[in-house]
Design a protein around this ligand. Structure first.
Ligand code: ZN
Ligand code: ZN
Length: 244
């Protein structure tokens, strides 16, 4: 599976990551990627950036070291109603919004039913594009419902390489299962590194293997080409316009 874009990466601004935007782009170029999204954590992440950081992101060039750089965020789901830790006026001005559960950022986690309802609500948040690591066993959800909700809303679900490393132990089997469900119902997925340093930009071998084993077709992987990324973002923007 060939992938041209890494849609989930962190820079120094996240507080627990290690590289600059330039270093991320440089390494992406070395790996022959055409695009990365800088998706530092939302403002409730301890040690993370504040709102002003995200307001200034627009000032970055669109092309760094020959790599297209999307300006994004990995926002935190703060409650059971799909609300995020970022004001809508900032999210509207970013290229890409990931949303996910993270410890100590608002949503405490609950029963499978409560977690599922919270994640479905986040999927329905019109400003959200992709759900970050939905297979996290710390916030178990009914994956069938998540896949169906993403399908209906035209959103993508991540197969996150960090879910198969020391980062989120115990995620593997749930992610494998989700990938199979996604393949069966042709849901969009985003296969990402979740790199917290430049050396792991585009390092997604575990996630790719899971996607391939599940039989996910390349046309349903939003980051398989920059053309598909743009098409995916365009469709989401149209949807927002229809709602507002
Ligand atoms: Zn995350
Ligand atoms: Zn992340």
């Amino acid at each position: 599976m060939l992938l041209e874009a890494d849609l989930h990466t962190h820079t120094l601004a996240s507080g627990h990551a290690f590289s600059t935007v330039r270093e991320m782009a440089q390494y992406a170029a070395r790996k022959r990627l055409k695009m990365i999204a800088v998706t530092d954590h939302g403002v409730r992440m301890p040690g993370g950036p504040d709102e002003n950081y995200f307001r200034q992101l627009r000032g970055l060039p669109d092309l760094i070291c020959g790599v297209e750089v999307l300006k994004g965020v990995e926002a935190n789901i703060v409650d059971g109603y799909g609300n995020l830790d970022m004001p809508p006026d900032i999210l509207e001005n970013l290229d890409l919004v990931l949303a996910g559960f993270h410890d100590g950022t608002g949503y405490q986690g609950g029963s499978v039913e409560q977690n599922t309802a919270a994640l479905v609500a986040a999927i329905h948040n019109p400003l959200v594009h992709i759900i970050a690591h939905p297979g996290n066993p710390l916030y178990p959800v009914e994956l069938e419902k998540i896949v169906m909700a993403a399908k209906a809303a035209g959103k993508a679900l991540e197969i996150n390489n960090g879910s198969f490393t020391f980062r989120r132990p115990g995620s593997g089997p749930r992610c494998e299962y989700m990938a199979k469900l996604a393949a069966k119902s042709s849901v969009l997925v985003s296969v990402v590194s979740d790199a917290h340093n430049c050396f792991t930009v585009g390092a997604w071998e575990h996630a790719v293997a899971v996607a391939e084993r599940a039989g996910i077709r390349p046309e349903n992987v939003v980051n398989s080409s920059t053309g598909l990324v743009r098409e995916f973002l365009r469709r989401n923007k149209q949807r927002i316009r229809k709602i507002s």
